[in-house]
Design a protein around this ligand. Sequence first.
Ligand SMILES: Nc1ncnc2c1ncn2[C@@H]1O[C@H](COP(=O)(O)OP(=O)(O)OP(=O)(O)O)[C@@H](O)[C@H]1O
Length: 481
Amino acid sequence: MSTVLVVDDDAAIRTVVAQALRRSGHDVTVADSLGQLERALAVAIPDVLITDVVLPDGDGIDHVRNVAERHPTLPIIVLSAQNTLTTAVRAAEVGAYEYLPKPFDLDVLSRAVTGALARGGVLSDDRIGDEDRALPLIGRSAAMQDVYRVIARVISNDLTVLISGESGTGKELVARAIHDLGRRSTAPFIAINMAAIPRELIEAELFGHERGAFTGAATRNAGRFEQATGGTLFLDEIGDMPMEAQTRLLRVLQSGEFTSVGGARTIRVDVRILAATNRDLAAQVAAGHFREDLFYRLNVVPVTLPPLRERRQDVALLARHFLDHAAIQGLPRRQLAGDAITALGAYDWPGNVRELENLMRRLAVLARDEIIGADAIHAMLGARMPTSTATDLDLAGAVKALIGRIERENPAALDDGSLYDRVIGEVERPLIELMLARHGQNQLRAARAMGINRNTLRKRLDTLGIDISGDMTELDAAGSR
Ligand SMILES: Nc1ncnc2c1ncn2[C@@H]1O[C@H](COP(=O)(O)OP(=O)(O)OP(=O)(O)O)[C@@H](O)[C@H]1O
């Protein structure tokens, strides 16, 4: 039987985690502080250590470094309510095997323990983190937590990462974070956007050209590959790469060397490749527009940035961040009123984070008052705002329209016993999402504001599958979905 030591100062979490792991057949010991952790380690070294970050007698992550140094083969799983990129990265840097943001899913924890036991070792990394590093990426949604975990896993190696997501979701920012946090950070980060360069010039741009290689090539030019030597090459909009360039890129990735256009010299490359696409690259492979072998070469570690409308709980955080940023740059300092946050949360953000960033800058410059209200947001987004928030909503009309749509698209669904829950869900979902956004994802305050019991809210979140991981006040593991 494998042994697991669980360190958390929250008795509820200790109990829930211990019960779940015992059910999975592990022998579990618990500790509520670093002092108790040390006493437990003095008695026996467990097969897996699970520890919280903030403990009454010190910082769990600093202590993890210390424990990892003394017991290099002990897999350590870090739990944290401080779910930012810095925490994920720090955990990886000090040698944690896995990092799980709170609230976490017990099944995920259980799988992490199984994985840790199977691997039986730590992901070692000798970089020491700068704890005061400014956060390059903002967001506490479950989707962003997944992104942070991938980043934390790839900064200590040179694996190729394929970043997918709609335009403006932060793909380039993720690529830069991987470069800046990794061991190539002092070497160049070179980005090249396939969609922004005429197709016939892409190969010369990437691999450079010799003097006279083609009309207009008056001098020898080092390509982006060469410029990125020792650093990172970010291939943006890779789906727009012409076939011939794809073939050449594949050869470079396979052999680690290339020749410039019109050149006879062979150039060896030491470059980390990160690629991004806002298209479905797998579909492009299926359609014959992208080489399958190149796709697999690039898609070693996939990471997907979901559109902002699918992580609405990050909108308020991002909006405040951009206003703060504008103020630091000398623009007037602005704040968002509660109804402004509600309005921002209701919008679909087709341009994703970039659109939100631009709107906040415009508001910082143009808004009349220091406090920005919903009226200013509506005035800026105007016709693009959903009519439901721009004008008084005819709820009855919307319900009738919904039933009409169901009747047209799937008439059987009108009589299969699911209609009541479905219609109520359609009304309830935006209501709950907006109120959570308005109250900073605090369930207790949102429930109170709506006049419902907090447990009722919890149940509805569960039933509707609404993501609540951004809630900083709900840290009990049992409450995770
Ligand atoms: N999570 C985030 N936190 C803070 N800023 C963000 C975040 N995501 C995106 N941004 C900002 O939004 C803008 C757009 O991001 P970025 O250029 O990385 O998107 P992209 O997905 O690469 O877009 P495109 O596909 O159009 O090139 C940038 O100014 C970036 O700084």
